[in-house]
Design a protein around this ligand. Structure first.
Ligand code: NAD
Ligand code: TYD
Length: 370
């Protein structure tokens, strides 16, 4: 008797036919972690990675994988419809894992255009291409379009509000979250109108390896190692719910295999923490893990700076639906996840140094004796 997907997932095995995935944004932070995760777990599957290689895309994130015959990297844009048509057809894609996006709130405040173009128009172009492809192939029931979205579409919580659930009304506050909400609405409409087998995951803030050092946690790791100030926006009392990226990947795996098409699922690990407390925790861990490299005590580097305009005060995510209906739970605590992440930044200066300005590259080359 064939085993269920749940049992296979627990055993790390499968007897299902191979999937053929198109992973958009697979050279970015979460997308590349997903590609690593999927390759480890499902060696029989085909993965086509489509990425425009913006400042946030980095082929080094896929080092060691691209040589494998079952992985193909395509440098291209999700708004390029002829390219999408070609890829979907020639590769017989049955599953889309859609990560490609402009993802940084601060950049969306300065230059929102690219956010609307990629997160709304790009998502629409991908949906249209996949809809036609799926219809031409006779609407296979096992196909999936997974939109990797954010909990930021729900807006900001007051300190005593309950966490966001899937029925919390949308109230996006930044151009980033508004553009992600626009993409979500299109995905929802494609399920309602065309019955496209869609899924939406609303994840909380991620952290982990391959995180571009403009977001809070990798910025702190890199700045501590460089002895640069640790900029804290406003009073540092904002709250975020941090999820290790590998727990996000296992949640997306669970959604692709066991999620109900047309449904949305929140993904968080219930690790709410104030920014300033997170900064102190990272400083303590860095002092412990790298006593000689870091500027000790690195708490001295904390610098309060002007607040982000329209800064959301608190995010918190209720993932009960995912846990009870799909059978997912996170593996990392905040402490174990931060340890793993900080150690990764300590062990991989060759990954992040090239992302810094030339002055810091020289400084760091000296520090590492190169
Ligand atoms: P990222 O910025 O690190 O990576 C985005 C990737 O998309 C990059 O490789 C970039 O080159 C690619 N890309 C951008 N525009 C493209 C286009 N037009 N065509 C093709 N590729 C394009 O982002 P991330 O942090 O990995 O986030 C991935 C997804 O997860 C996004 O959709 C984001 O909204 C969502 N998300 C992120 C977080 C988080 O904490 N980082 C939390 C919740 C949801
Ligand atoms: P960020 O990593 O940009 O994620 P998001 O804005 O999507 O939540 O920021 C996380 C929190 O950290 C957010 O409250 C803004 C704050 N922050 C700082 O205080 N200083 C910084 O330099 C950055 C990048 C963020």
């Amino acid at each position: 008797m064939p085993l269920t997907d749940t049992v296979h997932s627990a055993l790390g095995t499968t007897d299902r036919p191979p999937r053929r995935l198109l992973v958009t944004g697979g050279a970015g932070f979460i997308g590349s972690n997903f590609v690593h995760y999927w390759c480890d777990r499902y060696p029989q599957d085909r993965l086509v990675v489509l990425d425009a290689l913006t400042y946030a895309g980095n082929r080094n994130n896929l080092a060691g994988l691209e040589q494998q015959a079952r992985i193909r990297f395509v440098h291209g844009n999700i708004s390029d419809r002829p390219l999408l048509n070609r890829l979907l057809n020639t590769e017989s894609i049955d599953t889309i894992a859609h990560f490609a996006a402009e993802s940084h709130v601060d950049r969306s405040i300065l230059e929102p255009d690219a956010f609307v173009q990629t997160n709304v128009v790009g998502t629409f172009t991908l949906l249209e291409a996949f809809r036609h492809h799926w219809q031409r192939r006779g609407q296979p029931a096992g196909d999936r379009f997974l939109h990797v979205s954010t909990d930021e579409v729900y807006g900001s919580l007051e300190p005593t509000d309950p966490p966001f659930t899937e029925s919390t009304p949308y109230a996006p506050n930044s151009p980033y979250s508004a553009s992600k909400a626009g993409g979500d609405h299109l995905v929802r409409a494609y399920h309602h109108t065309y019955h496209l087998p869609t899924l939406i995951g609303h994840s909380s803030n991620n952290y982990g390896p391959y995180h571009f050092p403009e977001k809070l946690i990798p910025l702190l790791c890199v700045n501590i190692l460089l002895g640069k100030p640790l900029p804290i926006y406003g009073d540092g009392q904002q709250v975020r719910d941090w999820l290790h990226v590998s727990d996000h990947c296992s949640a997306l795996d669970a959604l692709i295999h066991r999620g109900q098409p047309g449904q949305t699922y929140n993904i968080g690990s219930n690790h709410e923490v104030k920014n300033i407390d997170l900064v102190y925790q990272i400083c303590d861990l860095m002092n412990e893990l790298a006593p000689t490299l870091s500027v000790a005590p690195c708490q001295q580097l904390i610098t309060f700076v002007r607040d982000r305009p329209g800064h959301d005060r608190r995010y918190a995510t209720d993932s009960n639906k995912l846990k009870t209906q799909v059978g997912w739970s996170p593996a990392y605590t905040l402490e174990s996840g931060l340890r793993q992440t900080i150690q990764w930044y300590l062990d991989h200066p060759h990954w992040w140094i090239p992302l810094l300005s030339p002055t810091y590259q020289q400084y760091y080359a000296k520090l590492y004796g190169e």
